[in-house]
Design a protein around this ligand. Structure first.
Ligand code: C2E
Ligand code: MG
Ligand code: MG
Length: 709
């Protein structure tokens, strides 16, 4: 058998087609034979027929789970006979630990970092062969080692000899007979800055502190050039747990490590590596300061979704060039998704850049760099015929916080960026301890809100909407409140953004709509059938992309017996949400129209759209944002409102002015032709009981009624 014929057979078990196929293709490209199973049961029956050399097993699968498959497999095959690598979506989770307890050899997390997964697969296979080799012959093992595309090493602890495979030597530019089996052949070629860490990682695994050995380091080739190598290994231990042998692989990761393929900037790995070094240096000479700037392009997703990914890519490339140009040669600029399990959110990735600025003297220097970056981004750029002005939110973490690990710096820069984003566009924020406290408070509040929702602490208030012509009640806007057991009534501004970030807005939004319908079913009996009452319900952008939202709405209306000929329901959606999710919203609005549910555009004028962009949506009502109304009678504002009203009427929409606080504003709006209004001048949002009282008085003129509330 020649070396090139050795094609280890692997089995990939995953119920998700895309994951499975991607892994299969990539593994095949690396020279493996791959068989696939789409479920735990299929895997078990395939295993009956043929046993692969290694199993990649998804933990979460419907039917028979990965853990169940693992337990079954371990009844008949030991860890060395059939290594199993679990694929899990939750790094460091209890499930992963459980899997290791049940006899998994290792695990990788989703999304799978392929080079790392490959290195772990190779290590497991090498180990399996090495153990097999104890039974078979030395020669056979050497042959297997030859066949692999990666270098292999096998370190005999007792004799202090290392077998380096010919491929390992070739990776360093040496011939088969050139290097001895002295461990020094390896270590003396390692970059001095990487050596301590490499040896520490080996020691951590041999002593049992780390479950496996894994290290990236630079190594000098015969021609003097340094390459980046990923080295992974596992120890074989005697009964007392002492390592007798360590076996591992070496993968050349130079290309993937240094460059982001899209922009040519540093990759995440390289950044983390430089950060590690910066941390070490700053610990050594205490006066050196460095900073990490994390940049997130504001509204990038809109460009990407609206103009297509090719335009998005071009934009990122241009940004990369600008960033490079306004930094010094020795600063590192990288692109990618940062904290893998950050304390706050980790965003989708792609549109985030990180800058490592070294050798600064004080915060002032860092702020100068920040300012330079912001200025360079403010220049409009042309991408495929579109002129765009970009802004970015920048989070800054300074080494003076005393960091030990790159992940921590990135996490804090991410937290700071989150605050920068919140505080408005084009902003920046420097991380401080208070932010961490606030981030923790946010998490706490999120958990409280979840419980609050379960315990029925949420409540709807109703703000009257009236017609300006006769000042009579025409409907309400439902506004959610949280009756917190210790803090009292909390307004939505404090918890809706949180619910949106965490995804809690979906169950919360469902509850809001149900409660609104329940209330409507009561009100439809007292409402005037000739003058139907309209209830406006706010919907967040995230709720709109639920595939089954139209169905959910139809079912809820039906369940509570809401009769849409006696009362009307209108969804309030912001213009931004409408445009960002335009294709799903268009479909949704069509379905809503069919069931006589209306739509109004909330906070109109605060987003970046124009009415012409919105005319393709079937919308009946436009709500003029409070910020315009509150500036009345300022003439600028008057003109803007006049224009909005004119255009809206041309498009067949009616208007509601929000936040009317004075009689002057009300009468001006009326003169401009605005049909409806809501605001403190007429009534604050009131609880359900008070709202029912208003209805029972059969559409009073609101001013008088509100005075009695
Ligand atoms: P919005 O939809 O624009 O609601 C109008 C907000 O303006 C309400 O604040 C209301 O109390 C306030 N307001 C009304 N009249 C006046 C006035 O004359 N002067 C001033 N200064 N304010 C006035 P609220 O209830 O705190 O709600 C804030 C935002 O929270 C809402 O803005 C909406 O975006 C969101 N929200 C409220 N309820 C819900 C809900 O049930 N679902 C979702 N997704 N979002 C909600
Ligand atoms: Mg609203
Ligand atoms: Mg509004």
């Amino acid at each position: 058998m020649s070396a090139s014929e050795i094609q280890p057979l692997l089995m990939v078990v995953d119920d998700e087609t895309s994951n499975r196929e991607l892994l299969r293709r990539r593994l095949e490209r690396c020279g493996y034979d791959v068989m696939c199973a789409t479920s735990g049961h299929e895997a078990m029956s395939l295993l009956d027929a043929r046993v692969p050399e290694l199993l990649l097993l998804d933990i979460r699968m419907p039917g028979m789970s990965g853990l169940e498959v693992l337990s079954e497999v371990r009844r008949t095959h030991t860890q060395t006979e059939l290594p199993v690598i679990m694929v899990t979506a939750e790094p460091g989770s209890e499930t992963a630990v459980l899997a290791l307890d049940l006899g998994a050899n290792d695990y990788v997390t989703k999304p799978v970092d392929f080079p790392l997964a490959l290195a772990r697969i190779r290590t497991q296979l090498a180990l399996r062969r090495a153990v097999g080799d104890l039974r078979v012959s030395e020669e056979r093992y050497a042959l297997a080692a030859n066949g692999s595309r990666d270098g292999l090493w096998d370190w005999d602890m007792a004799s202090r000899r290392v077998f380096f495979s010919p491929r390992w030597k070739a990776q360093l530019g040496y011939g088969e007979t050139e290097l001895s089996d002295d461990p020094g052949e390896w270590f003396q070629r390692v970059h001095p800055e990487d050596l301590v860490r490499l040896q520490a990682d080996i020691a951590a695994h041999s002593s049992g502190k780390a479950p496996h050995f894994e290290n990236e380091h630079r190594i000098r080739r015969k021609d003097g050039v340094f390459r980046w190598m990923l080295s992974c290994g596992l120890a074989l231990r005697d009964k007392a747990g002492r390592p007798v042998r360590m076996v591992g692989s070496q993968t050349d990761v130079t290309v993937g490590k240094t460059a982001d393929p899209l922009t040519g900037l540093a990759s995440r790995l390289l950044l983390v590596d430089r950060l590690e070094r910066a941390v070490m240096r700053s610990k050594r000479d205490r006066c050196g300061l460095f900073a990490v700037l994390l940049l997130d392009v504001d509204r990038f997703k809109r460009v990407n979704d609206g103009l297509g990914p090719a335009v998005g890519d071009e934009l990122l490339r241009q940004m990369a060039t600008r960033l490079r140009n306004c930094l010094r040669e020795e600063d590192t600029v990288a692109r990618g998704a940062w904290p893998e399990d950050g304390m706050v959110l980790s965003r989708l990735g792609g549109d985030e850049f990180a800058v490592l600025v070294e050798g600064v003297r004080n915060v002032g220097d860092v702020l100068k760099v920040t300012e330079r970056i912001r200025e360079s981004l403010l220049e409009p750029c042309m991408v495929s015929g579109h002129e765009m002005t970009l802004t970015a939110s920048i989070g800054i973490a300074l080494s003076s916080e005393g960091y030990d690990r790159p992940e921590d710096i990135l996490r804090d820069a991410d937290t700071a960026m989150y605050f920068a984003k919140e505080s408005g566009r084009s902003g920046f924020a420097i991380f401080d301890g208070a932010m961490r406290t606030r981030a923790v408070q946010r998490l706490q509040m999120e958990a409280d809100l979840r419980h609050g929702l379960e315990r029925g602490e949420l409540e709807l208030f109703y703000q009257p909407i009236l017609s300006l012509a006769d000042r009579k009640l025409r409907g309400f806007e439902a506004l959610v409140r949280w009756r917190h057991p210790s803090r009292g009534l909390i307004h939505p501004g404090e918890f809706i953004p949180l619910a949106e970030d965490s995804g809690l807005i979906l169950p919360l939004g469902r509850w809001i709509f149900e409660e609104a319908c329940r209330q409507l079913s009561e009100w439809q009996d007292i409402a005037d059938p000739d003058d139907p009452l309209t209830l406006h319900v706010n919907f967040s952008a995230r709720q709109l992309v639920q595939g089954d939202l139209a169905k959910q709405i139809a079912e809820t209306l039906h369940r509570y017996g809401v009769d849409t000929s006696r009362v009307r329901v209108k969804l309030e959606i912001t213009e931004t949400a409408m445009l960002e999710k335009s294709s799903s919203v268009q479909e949704l609005l069509k379905r809503l129209g069919e069931m006589a549910v209306g739509v109004s555009i909330d906070d109109f004028g605060t987003g970046y759209s124009s009415l012409s962009q919105l005319q393709r949506f079937p919308v009946q009502t436009l709500k003029v944002d409070r910020s315009f109304v509150s500036r009345l009678p300022h003439t600028d504002s008057l003109e803007i409102i006049r224009t909005i009203i004119g255009l809206a009427h041309q498009l067949g929409m009616d208007l509601i002015a929000e936040g009317v606080e004075t009689e002057d504003q009300a009468s001006q709006l009326q003169k401009l032709g605005c049909e409806f209004a809501q605001g403190y001048h007429f009534s604050v949002p009131v609880d359900a009981k008070a709202a029912s009282g208003l209805l029972e008085a059969r559409y009073p003129r609101l001013l008088e009624a509100a005075a009695t509330l």
